[in-house]
Design a protein around this ligand. Structure first.
Ligand code: PRX
Length: 645
């Protein structure tokens, strides 16, 4: 049965888009895509207007993704300078620190000042157009200043999640060839100190090629500084000129690189370019959150993920919106922290992730009820499917039953939201990520690679390009072609399974490649397996996801040790510690089971699907075991798993 929750009348009456407009604009956006996007592009201030709107082709033999290619612009001017005449003294960022009571307001004028100064510091260090700068920072205003300073001079930012380890950071610095890294002395999360400068030092040493580290003061801790290499943010900015001329870049020049996990080994640096990304992110942000002047926006995403890039940083900045920036976690010092921030700043639009909602649901309604959340108008969800229980809790308890939930489906690769119930015209269907955004053509493919007509299940693909999509994987265009454009020629393949109902709503059924979604974070099984296998006692490992009530999926590792290695708890702990060191705490395995051997087919491929069933305690329907190279191994794994439960 289809349960639809209509958009409240008063919201629908004021929304940017009503139902007839949605239908008409969606139809137009497909029929005359170039006219549609050319009109959307008027949202930006261009230096040289574009003449050609698009040049695109999804055929892997001749892949072309070019939007507004002969136009030129500067991203920081669009995000900051153009708001100054009207808003210089208004808040751009409302920052809340990890500890309650620690907060800062950054006005548009202050943001501009800091960005210009840092841009000059970067220029002074020889950073030029096209150079990649790695940013490894906590969620503090300086992180946004850093991103904007890069793009002011046409440099390319590569933000690395501050929860990643020194090793993971080193890989990303090396891959990007960054000469300058911007970090902070320490980060604070949930009362715990994150040694960012120390990690950055290790990473710089491991990666090589880092000429300078710029270090912002967050906690003021005395961190060692390497003379000639390390630069303190405060004094450097004070000494810098407060005006830096913006550098004119082409629409197809890169804006940023962002790493994400894939189904094979190394993380991939997705490259996003300037014009198309800014057009689509800026216009879609205001539409999908139904932002109106004066609405305070808050996305809880960490700056290290695409959610923050597009819809916490670029979207609000491009629109001149005030947004909340929160450094901490929802449960510190207690589980009413988020609700007190919403109350304090009268947040109107709140964008978060199902995993956090599920963990807060466990604390009951009381922490929410103690706060006045009447300022909320629109709620958003992202990162994984939101289960109906969490949906209803968010809707009823947090949103007071009056706020639509925009369940936004998209990816690092897509740059902007592709499926969403736009508030106003599209009613909510709990658990479904709505309908296509303007210009977006979803295609459900069956196993034979044929499009499914009407209702049905299959692989989620998209036909036809959209301006904000990634253009390539840094240094690995072949992998880009192979991963996204070869599986279903003529289409972009997402790696997700999907179900479309009779009303045209899409429900994501989960990844169909070897990628896990743990608390909304993407982790490649191969990446995890190589971290485990790097332990000298380990012969081989296979990692699968198991359903988890809060995380969505948790990491379950099957590990085969080398001959003569003792299977004991100390070794388990050492392997888990190694994974945390190689990747970071988000990659911590929930469970680890010793396996005498891993089930493989005769071609030597590990049968992860079979292992996922076993990890979930489902020992039946294991598929065709006759193709197994070593059927006894499976019986033994089942026996051990049963014993461990
Ligand atoms: O599996 C889908 C899931 O997250 C993946 C993208 O991860 P990432 O690139 O890290 O970006 C996350 C935030 C945009 C997708 O392939 N995913 C993301 N949003 C949803 C989702 N699954 C279901 N519903 C969503 N709203």
């Amino acid at each position: 049965m289809t349960e639809l929750v209509p958009v409240p009348q008063d919201l629908a009456a004021r929304a940017h888009v009503d139902l007839p407009t949605y239908r008409r604009r969606y139809a137009e956006s497909l029929r005359s895509a170039d006219d549609f996007w050319a009109a959307e592009a008027a949202f930006l201030d261009w230096i040289r207007p574009f003449r050609e709107v698009s040049d695109t082709n999804f055929d892997p033999a001749d892949l072309r993704i070019r939007w507004f290619a002969d136009g030129t612009l500067n991203a920081s001017v669009n995000c900051i300078d153009r708001h100054l005449p009207a808003k210089a003294d208004q808040p751009a960022l409302l920052w809340e620190g990890d500890r309650p009571g620690e907060s800062r307001t950054v006005t548009w004028a202050e943001l501009a000042d800091q960005v210009n100064r840092l841009a000059n510091v970067l220029r002074g260090l020889g950073v030029a157009k096209g150079d990649v700068v790695t940013i490894y920072m906590p969620v503090i205003p300086e992180a946004i200043v850093a991103m904007m300073a890069c793009v002011r001079i046409g440099a390319v930012h590569s933000v690395v999640f501050s929860g990643f380890s020194a090793e993971a950071l080193a890989d990303r610095i090396r891959d990007a060839g960054a000469r300058v890294v911007i970090t902070a002395d320490e980060g604070l999360r949930g009362g715990r100190v994150v040694p960012l400068k120390r990690n950055a030092d290790h990473a710089a040493a491991a990666a090589g090629g880092v000429a300078h580290l710029i270090v912002a003061a967050r906690t003021g801790a005395a961190v060692p500084m390497t003379p000639g290499r390390d630069i303190r943010w405060g004094p450097a900015l004070t000494a810098a000129d407060p005006w830096c001329p913006p550098v004119e870049v082409g629409a197809e020049d890169p804006l940023f690189v962002l790493y994400t996990s894939g189904s094979t080994g190394r993380p991939k640096g997705l490259v996003h370019t300037t014009g198309g990304y800014l057009v689509q992110v800026g216009t879609s942000w205001r539409t999908i959150f139904d932002w109106h002047e004066g609405n305070v926006f808050w996305s809880t995403a960490d700056i290290g993920w695409v959610t923050a890039h597009s819809y916490k940083i670029y979207g609000p900045l491009l629109n001149g919106a005030t947004s909340v920036l929160f450094e901490g976690v929802p449960t510190f010092p207690d589980s009413s922290r988020w609700w007190s921030i919403i109350e304090k700043h009268r947040v109107a639009i709140f964008y978060t992730a199902p995993t956090a909602i599920r963990s807060l649901m466990r604390e009951g309604e009381a922490p929410v009820r103690r706060h006045d959340l009447s300022s909320l108008r629109v709620l958003g969800s992202v990162g994984e499917p939101i289960n109906p229980d969490a949906w209803h809790w968010l809707h009823r308890i947090v949103g007071g039953g009056r706020c639509p939930i925009v369940d936004t489906y998209w990816q690092t690769e897509t740059g902007s939201v592709l499926l969403v119930p736009i508030p106003g015209p599209v009613a909510n269907k709990p658990g479904a990520a709505g309908k296509p955004y303007f210009g977006i053509r979803p295609v459900v493919m069956d196993t034979a690679g044929r499009p499914v007509a009407g209702a049905g299940r299959g692989s989620l693909c998209f036909a036809g390009s959209w301006p904000a999509q990634a253009r390539t994987i840094l240094h690995d265009h072949d992998r880009f072609l192979r991963t996204y454009f070869s599986p279903f020629p003529g289409h972009f393949f997402t790696g997700d399974g999907v179900e479309r109902d009779g009303l045209g709503y899409y429900r994501i059924t989960g990844r169909i490649d070897d990628v896990l979604n743990v608390s909304g974070h993407r982790l490649g099984t191969v990446e995890l397996e190589s971290a485990i296998a790097s332990h000298p006692a380990v012969a081989e490992a296979a990692v699968v996801g198991v359903p988890h009530p809060v995380k969505g999926q948790a990491i379950f590792a099957f590990v085969t040790l080398k001959a003569d290695q003792p299977e004991n708890e100390a070794l388990k702990a050492a392997i888990v510690a190694l994974v945390r060191e190689r990747i970071g705490p988000i990659a911590t395995p929930e469970a680890l089971l010793w396996a005498p051997a891993l089930p493989k087919n005769r071609a030597g491929k590990i049968l992860r699907r079979m292992l996922a069933r076993i990890a979930a305690g489902d020992y039946h329907d294991l598929g065709d075991t006759t193709t197994l190279a070593d059927p006894e191994a499976v019986d033994e794994i089942i026996r051990r798993h049963r014993a461990s439960q």
